[in-house]
Design a protein around this ligand. Structure first.
Ligand code: G16
Length: 545
């Protein structure tokens, strides 16, 4: 076929460095940007084939999200805006790692295995973050698409969730919204304004939010969106990309892991409501400092709790019997799980890290609230749940209380980006809930008290030596590691710890929680040492905190 000759010719312009093997990670390929040109071209090919297979538009986002500026990566978006299905992750790995001369064979194998009709039209949407490497890497994706005769639309600089939204809008023929950045702002901001319209006695202080844009794409997009908010939300933007480096001592990952405010922010006044986005604006965390200057973090677990409390109350007021569940990962603070299960009495499920895992479990419920502790999450409503809410909102024979709750639920659905975790949409949702409940960030924080916790990273020669089970809560290999962790955990009160290989960085992540910060820190350090000694640590031994 003519396309295949074109691929041979064009792939030579995007050669694979000999011997380089990359794994499909937590959300796609991610490594130093210099190693990614061939991956991008090949993901352009794969997205085109996937589009032919699904007869729908597929998305390709060039970003390394929370990683440092010099890294880059690629996330593939399936027709309804969700992460690409897992069996295609294997195709992606095979295509990515095929030697230059074997690329055509690898591609033909996928086409054959998936019985692709190559005469089917293909459409691919492409977006990129603000990294300096993203321009040429997204061009490599576009080259891959055109090598196979696919059509592409280059959205240029967009947040990851905006690209997910575009793909979903396109494939639902506009039912989810208009597939433009303007359409995105209109949909989510209108819903926010509707939600907050009866909270008109809020002062300017209450409408004020201090936002750290991580010096990334989220900052640019919030600036673009501001006028749609009609001053109902007044944002002071820090780390807007005008001076600092992307994710450097700022952004959601830094704030969550370091448990301190970002640098580059103005001095935070006591009680001031603040939040941070990550590098591609699919994660958000909130925080404030109290009058003693102590920092308080409100992470994904606190967001899941606030959101599920709000939704549960509305469902009760509306008289709707819908099954609500919260999906978390092993990183969820023990106090949050305890509160959700024992005080709120909602069903809690735990999955492996990666929104793709949480998303699928959340789909099993009428209302599935999923959040990783790092601030990556959203809410999913089943079709049936949306219909019931819609019917009630339009029913003229229901009492005022039920009607009001149904209208609030309908607007809540519209403010949420259900395709994937979205910092902008999550921010609007949290801001609306706080406004409706007349709640300050301190009041939100007191819903439950986090167990002190610590996250560390350990460098090892090959992080794949660590294999885990039970939603990553237990290590199966290397031998003796889990036993060592169990023995260390026994030394502390209310303690828990686990280790897992990161799927986005070349490190092993260590998590520990306990009754005091000193204990959590000591446990995290001791577990790091066990990883270092038993899993092939490299460089200096981890030092106590
Ligand atoms: C990605 C994933 C998240 C995950 C995070 C860290 O986030 O989408 O689900 O929690 O990586 O993963 P790991 O611990 O495997 O490195 P992002 O925001 O970096 O794309």
């Amino acid at each position: 076929m003519a396309e295949f000759q074109e691929i041979s010719k064009l792939s030579a312009l995007h050669p694979k460095p000999a011997g380089l093997v990359l794994q499909y990670g937590t959300s796609g390929f991610r490594t130093n940007a210099k190693q990614l040109d061939h991956i991008m071209f090949r993901m352009g090919l794969l997205a085109t084939v996937r589009s032919k297979k699904t007869k729908a538009t597929i998305g390709v986002m060039v970003t390394a999200s929370h990683n440092p500026e010099e890294d880059n990566g690629v996330k593939l978006v399936d027709p309804m805006g969700e992460m690409v299905t897992q069996d295609w992750e294997e195709h992606a790995t095979q295509l990515a790692n095929a030697d230059q001369e074997d690329l055509l064979t690898a591609l033909k194998n996928i086409i054959e295995k998936e019985a692709i009709n190559m005469s089917q039209e293909a459409n691919v949407f492409v977006g990129k973050d603000t990294r300096s490497s993203s321009a040429s890497l997204s061009q490599a994706v576009l080259d891959g698409v055109s090598a196979l005769g696919g059509h592409s639309k280059d959205y240029g600089l967009v947040t990851t969730p905006q690209l997910h939204y575009m793909v979903c809008c396109q494939n639902t023929q506009g039912k989810y919204g208009e597939a433009t950045v303007e359409g995105y702002y209109t949909k989510f901001c209108q819903a926010f304004i509707q939600l907050t319209k009866n909270t008109s006695n809020r002062t300017d202080d209450q409408k004020h939010l201090c936002l750290d844009g991580a010096n990334g794409i989220g900052a640019l997009k919030v600036r673009e969106m501001e006028s749609h908010l009609k001053k109902e939300l007044q944002i002071s933007l820090n780390n807007d990309g005008s001076k600092g480096r992307l994710n450097h001592q700022c952004g959601a990952d830094y704030v969550k892991v370091q448990q301190k405010p970002p640098t580059g922010a103005h001095r935070i006044n006591p009680g001031e409501r603040c939040c941070s986005f990550d590098g591609d604006a699919d994660r958000i965390v909130y925080y404030y400092t109290d009058s003693e200057g102590t920092f308080h973090l409100l992470d994904g677990d606190k967001m899941a709790t606030l959101i599920s409390t709000f939704l549960k109350e509305l469902l009760t007021q509306a008289g709707l019997d819908l099954k609500i569940a919260v999906v978390q990962t092993a990183y969820a603070n023990g106090s949050s799980t305890h509160y959700l299960e024992n005080t709120m009495k909602v069903l809690v499920r735990c999955t492996k890290t990666g929104v793709k895992h949480l998303h699928h479990v959340a789909q099993e419920f009428d209302v599935g609230v999923y959040f990783e502790a790092n601030g990556h999450g959203t809410v999913l409503f089943s079709k049936a749940a949306e219909e019931k809410i819609q019917q009630l909102a339009e029913d003229t024979n229901v009492n005022d209380e039920r009607k009001k709750a149904a209208l609030l639920l309908r607007n809540t659905i519209n403010v949420i980006n259900q395709t994937v975790g979205d910092a902008i949409s999550d921010m609007l949702l949290i801001e609306a809930i706080l406004a409706i409940k007349g709640m300050t960030i301190q009041q939100w924080d007191t819903i439950y008290t986090d167990l002190p916790n610590r996250q560390l990273k350990v460098k090892v020669a090959d992080r794949r030596v660590i294999d885990t089970t039970d939603a990553e809560r237990r290590a199966v290999t290397p031998a003796g590691l889990q036993e060592a962790i169990d023995n260390l955990v026994k030394k502390y009160r209310q303690a828990r710890s686990f280790v897992r290989p990161s799927g986005t960085e070349d490190v092993v992540r260590v998590y520990a929680e306990a009754d005091t910060q000193e204990s959590a820190d000591a446990l995290a350090h001791e577990v790091s040492l066990a990883v270092y000694r038993l899993a092939g640590g490299v460089g200096d031994e981890p030092k106590p905190l």
